[in-house]
Write a protein that binds this ligand. Sequence first.
Ligand SMILES: C[S@@+](CC[C@H](N)C(=O)[O-])C[C@H]1O[C@@H](n2cnc3c(N)ncnc32)[C@H](O)[C@@H]1O
Length: 319
Amino acid sequence: MDWTAIKVITSSEAVEAVSYILTDEGAQGVQIEDAADFKNLHKGEYGDRGEFIDPASVPHRHSGAAVTGYFPQNIFVPELLPTIHQRVAKLSDYNLDPGKNDVSAEAVDNQKWATVWQKYYHPLRVTDQLTIVPQWEEYHPESQNEKLIYLDPGMAFGTGTHPTTRLMLEALEKVITGDEYVIDVGTGSGVLSIAAKQLGAGKIEAYDIDEVAVNSAKKNLALNPVAKDVKVGINSLLDGIHTQADIIVANILAEIIVPLVPQAYANLRPGGKFLVSGIIDDKASLIRQKLSEQGFVIDEEQQMKDWHGIIAHKPIEVK
Ligand SMILES: C[S@@+](CC[C@H](N)C(=O)[O-])C[C@H]1O[C@@H](n2cnc3c(N)ncnc32)[C@H](O)[C@@H]1O
């Protein structure tokens, strides 16, 4: 099958939202070229996580970002382009800068689609213990404590390389000690659930509002035998869920985290941890405020590029 690539020129801060819009409109995969990610490339051959980067292989951007969605060829481009343009323009209602919002389409053949991923996506050590491995690569751990997450990145957000995902992978590495009951809200590719399992979590439930993401997560979970018992389903946030989890993890836009805060509080046992990212710089204070108002105690906040990740807990003594 051939594909239509729809490219949106936008701002770094809107990358995640634009990826979401493209996926929501039917993109089967999203590729991100973000100037913010390539800022430090000239410093040497290694990225800030020690991974090898060949600058010649990176689509270098000097400012802003390009987000390309790959759509099946039967889409009606003349209708889709203005729809995407309008949805990206509306991001300003959420205080996100849509950037140039230049939307263009190009036909690509199947082979190019495959090579797009394979060119830019290689095994990447994302935290002390976790390495993301594209499904098609053969890879042998370099040390005994290295744990592998196999992914086919063609389907949903969550290749493991985006700062928001990395913040949550690091947070999971810090808080999981073994056998925790984890809920992964907005699972996307399923990357955080697979990581949680690799780190020793017990029962995991993963939810996403988007059917493409749920199917992608199922496929990726199946690539990782350790995660075969993770339950995945379609659900908006924690609507209709009443449980007592040890850890709730969510990498979603700040605007969507706001209604999740009370739901997470209700669904965590006292002492349980709430890990959140997807929070762009100027939304961090809003999320800190919502967490505190709800009764959460903020244990830690990390920043990677323009993104914040927060680890909070529900106090054992509830006032
Ligand atoms: C930024 S991606 C995160 C994917 C993955 N968890 C990661 O960390 O890389 C956000 C995901 O949240 C999902 N999402 C957005 N709104 C949601 C909602 N109201 N309820 C559940 N999932 C939602 C999107 O479909 C998308 O897959």
